[in-house]
Design a protein around this ligand. Structure first.
Ligand SMILES: Nc1ncnc2c1ncn2[C@@H]1O[C@H](COP(=O)(O)OP(=O)(O)OP(=O)(O)O)[C@@H](O)[C@H]1O
Length: 238
C-alpha cells in the first residue's frame, strides 16, 4: 500500500514517450519533434531553452492541447492526447493556464474584467464572487490600484502581471508560458517570473516555461534543452 501511495504522489502531470511531430504532407512533410521523452511532476518549474526553430513552441502547444499529438504518447494530467478529439482537448485546456509573449489581454476590458473572464469559463466558480477573486489576485500581483484601468493604459510589465493573474486565478494544475519576458525590460521580466514562481509554489502548480532569456534560468527547478527537434543534455556553459 505504501508503494501505491508513493507512486500516486510521484506520478508525472506531464509525460511524453517517443513523441514525434510532423508538419505538412507528402513531399513537404517535415519532422519537427523526434522521440521526445520527458516527465514533469506536480509543483515543478521547468524551463525549456534551445535555439530558434528547435521545436520548443511545437512541444509546448502539444502539451497545452492546442494541437493534437500524432505519434508516440503524450499524457497530460493522466489523459492520453494522441488522437484526442477536439472536445477532449477543449476539456483539458480548462486545467491549463497560458502566458504568452504578447500578453493577449483584451484591450477594451479593464484589468479586473480580463481576469474575471477567465473565471467565467469555469462552471465550478459560478457561485463564487468573481469580482472579489479577480481583485484578490490582482492585489497579489501588486495591481490593486490598477484593477479598473483598461488593459491598453497599462505598461508592458503591468500587462504581463495581469496575464499572470489571469492564468493563475483559476488555480490550474499546469501553466505553460512561451517567452513571457521577451517584451519586457530586465526588471519587469524578473519581477514577472518571480511572481509566477511565487504563485505556482503557493498553488502547487507546475510551470513549463520556454525562454531565450538567460537572466531568468535560476528560477527553474530543472532546465531542459532542445536542439533540432530533440531533447538534449544541456550543453556545458562557461
Ligand atoms: N505551422 C507550421 N507549419 C510548418 N512548419 C512549422 C509550423 N510551426 C513550426 N514549424 C517548423 O517546426 C520547427 C520548430 O518550430 P518551433 O516554432 O516549434 O521552434 P521554436 O524552438 O519554438 O523556435 P523559436 O525559439 O524561434 O520560437 C521549425 O523548423 C519551424 O519552421
Amino acid at each position: 500500500m505504501q508503494d501505491l501511495a508513493t507512486n500516486n504522489l510521484t506520478k508525472p502531470v506531464i509525460s511524453a514517450r517517443n513523441l514525434n511531430h510532423y508538419f505538412g504532407e507528402g513531399n513537404l512533410k517535415k519532422q519537427a519533434l523526434f522521440d521526445i521523452n520527458l516527465d514533469i511532476y506536480a509543483g515543478e518549474i521547468v524551463i525549456m531553452t534551445g535555439p530558434s526553430g528547435s521545436g520548443k513552441t511545437t512541444l509546448l502547444t502539444l502539451m497545452g492541447g492546442l494541437r493534437s499529438a500524432q505519434a508516440g504518447s503524450l499524457k497530460i494530467l493522466d489523459r492520453e492526447l494522441r488522437d484526442a478529439s477536439k472536445q477532449e482537448l477543449t476539456k483539458l485546456r480548462g486545467n491549463i493556464g497560458y502566458i504568452f509573449q504578447a500578453h493577449n489581454l483584451l484591450t477594451f476590458l479593464t484589468a479586473k474584467q480580463n481576469v474575471r473572464m477567465s473565471l467565467e469559463l469555469h462552471d465550478r466558480f459560478l457561485e463564487r464572487d468573481l469580482d472579489a477573486m479577480a481583485t484578490e489576485i490582482l492585489t497579489t500581483v501588486g495591481l490593486e490600484q490598477r484593477a479598473d484601468y483598461y488593459a491598453d493604459s497599462l505598461s508592458g510589465g503591468q500587462k504581463q502581471r495581469v496575464a499572470i493573474a489571469r492564468a493563475l486565478v483559476s488555480h490550474p494544475k499546469i501553466v505553460l508560458a512561451d517567452e513571457p519576458t521577451a517584451a519586457l525590460d530586465k526588471k519587469s521580466g524578473r519581477d514577472a517570473v518571480e511572481l509566477m514562481q511565487k504563485l505556482a509554489k503557493e498553488q502547487d502548480c507546475t510551470i513549463l516555461l520556454v525562454t531565450h532569456d538567460n537572466r531568468i534560468l535560476d528560477i527553474a527547478d530543472r532546465i531542459v534543452y532542445m536542439e533540432d527537434g530533440r531533447l538534449m543534455d544541456r550543453p556545458e556553459t562557461n
